[in-house]
Design a protein around this ligand. Structure first.
Ligand code: NAD
Length: 311
């Protein structure tokens, strides 16, 4: 249904997602504030646009993949933003795949639904926004195996599904506006807490005389088995091909985990919920970043927070 796709935010994730759309035959136009990345795309023959507004003018659907809420607000509602021509805008669908707080997702969704379409197509009376953050890091973005968690109108989700499946292998509809963002921060808070729990268990186990290899066998055949123990073990040498076995290089950076925990903690406070493990995990990841480990994979908590033994 959608032929021309605008893509804004061509960083570690966005550049790979845009490439997969191109490989799948979509007509893609791009924008980023980083001139180097714009040149890289223009050298590949991809049309580059100077502003988000110009992307909107050229596209049926626009996807954004930006660092944080303030960047998303800027790209949507800034002076040359996607919604500049609110009374006659071109794209029917706007998809934000950035990890941001659900409140901002809902605010942007309302701003989009107050706009009017330049050309009404099929059953699209008004432009629609979906919040569709992703799970899976740079490797999954490259391989086209991301999971999208999607909030907004279900009809729009169904219309956008072929786009999601050009960049990922799963797309899950979560409910109304903001629920995709809510799912993403809940997933990452559970992941952070499980990683810290597994790290703590290994540090204690080793101090009590159990080898990491043996404890791994026990956990992975017992009730504590989880992704952090059986697929992404934080103890160096226990598993091959995970960040722990290459000095925590690559993977999902501690600074991104700290960012996501801040979003979860802020959201919990806003709804008046007690989330002590979220706050504790937030403190640990903030401390890891302050200690200079912000670019290391988040499983580095095992060594740099619990074991305290620097390289
Ligand atoms: P990144 O910093 O590598 O890329 C962000 C891009 O946005 C950059 O190229 C930057 O120049 C561009 N940008 C910033 N402000 C802009 C603006 N006003 N207009 C146009 N372009 C602008 O970040 P990333 O790692 O690609 O992550 C993007 C989003 O995906 C974040 O919200 C992140 O939390 C989320 N995420 C990242 C990962 C990961 O492993 N990296 C995994 C899942 C989700």
């Amino acid at each position: 249904q959608f032929e021309s796709v605008g893509f804004i935010g061509l960083g570690n994730m966005g550049s790979r997602m845009a490439n997969n759309l191109i490989k799948n035959g979509y007509k893609v136009a791009v924008h980023d504030i980083n001139c180097n990345v714009m040149k890289m795309f223009s050298d590949m023959g991809v049309p580059t646009k100077e502003t988000p507004f110009e992307v909107a003018e050229a596209s049926d659907v626009v996807i954004t993949m930006l660092p944080s809420s303030s960047h998303v607000l800027d790209v949507y509602t800034g002076p040359n933003g996607l919604l500049r021509c609110a009374n006659l805008m071109r794209p029917q669908l706007l998809i934000d795949s950035s990890t941001i707080d659900p409140q901002t997702s809902r605010k942007v969704s309302v701003a989009v639904s107050n706009c009017i379409l330049k050309e009404k197509k099929d059953h699209w009376e008004k432009p629609v926004m979906l919040d569709a953050p992703v799970s899976g890091g740079v490797l999954a973005a490259e391989a086209g195996t991301l999971t999208f968690m999607v909030g907004g109108s279900e009809d729009a989700y169904l219309a956008a599904k072929p786009l999601f499946l050009s960049m990922g292998k799963n797309a899950i509809y979560c409910g109304g506006a903001g629920t995709g963002s809510a799912a993403k921060i809940c997933n990452n808070l559970a992941l952070a807490v499980s990683m810290l729990g597994v790290s703590e268990a290994f540090v204690l186990g080793q101090s009590l005389g159990i080898s990491a290899g043996t404890l791994t066998k026990v956990l992975n055949t017992s009730s504590a088995r989880c992704w952090s123990s059986d697929s992404y073990n934080p103890v160096p040498g226990v598993m091959e091909g995970v960040p722990a076995s290459r000095n925590y290089a690559g993977g999902f950076a501690s600074k991104l985990m700290a960012k996501d925990l801040n979003l979860a903690a802020t959201s919990a406070k806003e709804v008046g919920l007690q989330c002590p493990l979220t706050y504790q995990a937030q403190e640990i990841y903030t401390e890891l970043c302050k200690d200079g480990h912000e670019s290391k994979d988040f499983s580095c908590a095992f060594r740099h927070y619990y074991s305290g033994q620097d390289e």
